[in-house]
Ligand binder design. Structure first.
Ligand SMILES: [Zn+2]
Length: 84
């Protein structure tokens, strides 16, 4: 079974494991994540859930897991801001 990548038009090959599937698949041509739904080997729905311009899932995951790390990277010389 093949689906057309919505981002780049590449035909993404899916094996039989995806005949009844709902969830993300990755286009290995452009790395876009497509959310698909299939039933009995036919495609019911395809939508793009991110684009290559957005941060990768790994980057987002790292921010969530290591907030201190992200804060350290984002810390500037301005210091904490007080109101009032
Ligand atoms: Zn693609």
């Amino acid at each position: 079974m093949r689906i057309n990548c919505l981002a780049c038009g590449h035909k993404v090959d899916l094996d039989d494991a995806y005949d009844d599937y709902e969830g993300p698949v990755k286009c290995f041509a452009c790395r876009a994540i497509l959310e698909i739904r299939t039933e009995q080997g036919s495609i019911k729905a395809v939508k793009q859930v991110n684009s290559v311009l957005q941060p990768s899932a790994e980057e987002v995951f790292e921010r969530v897991v290591n907030p201190m790390n992200a804060a350290a990277r984002g810390a500037g010389a301005s210091g904490p801001r007080r109101t009032g």
